[in-house]
Design a protein around this ligand. Structure first.
Ligand SMILES: Cc1ncc(COP(=O)(O)O)c(C=O)c1O
Length: 445
């Protein structure tokens, strides 16, 4: 399969093979999986995905921001194959696994903040968040947390209790973990307080102290504030300068831990290894997953030494940090650092962002374009004045892109996200942009 920038569509979509697989899926697979459109993948390489009917797509979804090094990067595949032949599993919880330890050392050094850190490895983003929630309670002896409206932290009971991006994620599962309060994120395009940055003086942070802590939640009962430095599933929302530093200061004032959920934004996607580095803020705990191992299941919860103070047996996992995923992660880090992927994410991301912002001026539907590196969101509205959300149109744009050979995913109620592999070239990003512009026009008509 050649790594072409031009998609190739042999059949109308979905093709006959894809239709047959979708029918089998509907008989055999849980209906809770949302499926954005009927893409049925046979293989993928680099930025190009090929479906079971031989159609080729430019991938700006990357398996939800996972395939950072591109699909099946040869160095990652080689590391996986080599490790799989040597050792598949030993359980880093019960025995000492040099792969687990090697990755922990590397992540501890990479994570933002001075001083030594310790690392717990899990299998998924939710598991890293779950571990952070448990550690925050254990370390502080407190039993409340704050998280943000629009947040997505995962689907296990603790993680979904911190999540507040769509009611369907929470509905029917209550009672959820008690003690979690949601507050407005710094979503300046739709400010909850109807204010404008910077004149707002970050009222969304002041609210936590002046209203919540003053009137309903004793701050000395709060273990942690969970935050995505760029909100992901909620709509790819970039907070304004100063917001994360103000949160850090609030945490410092009341001895609250700042938990940085980098599951979607981390591992170079925004042009830095961890997105929070853009603001020079040091969290107490970092959660990473998705892109960490280029597609192998792996997550990490990284905390300052003095925070990770729970006793043996307090937390663990049978599969977490299995040697094959660790080998993939170490190779992924080599590729991100050695092949200049963060610089590429900044350069190509800037260009794509610029093109989308120009398109926004002519487009009837684009209300806002925002992003950092290759984490770019385009919010669609029916009316630029009232900002009425164009929810159905958003799904239609994603579908029109698919039918033209471009993979993008919606996020939030009415945004399209671009989260391509970090190896995407300018020419491929330009081709993706052209297809997106055509798809958008088709829906606008
Ligand atoms: C910021 C964030 N945290 C946690 C998760 C949960 O990760 P997983 O689906 O691997 O459990 C996600 C998944 O989208 C995420 O975006």
């Amino acid at each position: 399969m050649s790594d072409t920038k031009i998609p190739h569509l042999a059949t109308s979509l979905p093709g006959p093979e894809a239709r047959a697989v979708v029918a089998r899926n509907d008989r055999a697979v849980t209906p809770s999986l949302p499926h954005a459109y009927p893409l049925v993948v046979e293989r993928a390489q680099g930025v190009v995905v090929e479906d079971v009917d031989g159609n080729r797509f430019l991938d700006c979804a990357a398996g939800i921001a996972v395939c950072s090094t591109g699909h099946c990067h040869p160095r990652v595949v080689e590391a996986i194959q080599e490790q799989a032949a040597r050792l598949l599993h030993i359980c880093g919880a019960d025995f000492y696994d040099p792969m687990y330890i090697g990755l922990a050392e590397r992540l501890g050094d990479l994570a933002p903040g001075d001083g030594p850190k310790k690392v717990f490895l899990g299998n998924s983003g939710a598991e890293a968040v779950e571990a952070a929630l448990k550690l925050a309670r254990h370390h502080t002896g407190r039993a409340r947390e704050l998280a943000f409206f629009g947040a997505f932290h995962g689907r296990t009971m603790g993680a979904v209790s911190l999540t507040a991006s769509k009611p369907v994620y929470r509905g029917g599962f209550g009672p959820l973990v008690p003690g979690i309060t949601h507050v407005p994120y710094a979503y300046c395009y739709r400010c909850t307080y109807n204010l404008t940055y910077p004149a707002c003086n970050l009222a969304c942070v002041s609210y936590i102290e002046d209203m919540l802590f003053a009137r309903s939640i004793p701050p000395d009962e709060v273990a942690a504030i969970f935050v995505e430095p760029v909100q992901g599933e909620g709509g790819y929302i970039v907070p304004p300068p100063g917001w994360l530093s103000r949160l850090r200061a609030l945490c410092d004032k009341y001895d609250i831990l700042l938990v940085d959920d980098e599951v979607q934004s981390g591992m170079g996607r925004t042009g830095k290894m961890f997105a929070i580095e853009h603001w020079g803020v040091e969290p107490d705990i970092v959660c990473s997953a998705k892109a960490l191992a280029s597609g192998m299941p792996l997550s990490a919860m990284i905390a300052r030494d003095e925070v990770m103070d729970w006793p043996a047996g307090a937390h663990g996992s049978t599969f977490g940090g299995n040697p094959v995923s660790c080998a993939a992660a170490l190779a992924t880090l080599d590729v991100i650092e050695g092949e200049g992927l963060m610089a590429n994410a900044s350069r190509v991301g800037e260009r794509l962002l610029g093109n989308l912002r120009e398109l926004a001026e002519e487009s009837r539907l684009i209300g806002d374009v925002r992003g950092l590196g290759l984490m770019i969101g385009v919010e669609l509205v029916r009316d630029k004045e009232t900002k009425e959300m164009a929810k159905e149109e958003t799904d239609r744009v994603a579908r029109e892109c698919f039918e033209r050979g471009l993979l993008v995913l919606p996020c939030g109620p009415n945004s399209i996200r671009f989260s391509p592999p970090l190896i995407i070239t300018e020419a491929q990003a330009d081709a993706a942009f052209e297809i997106f512009a055509e798809a958008l026009l088709a829906v606008e008509r």
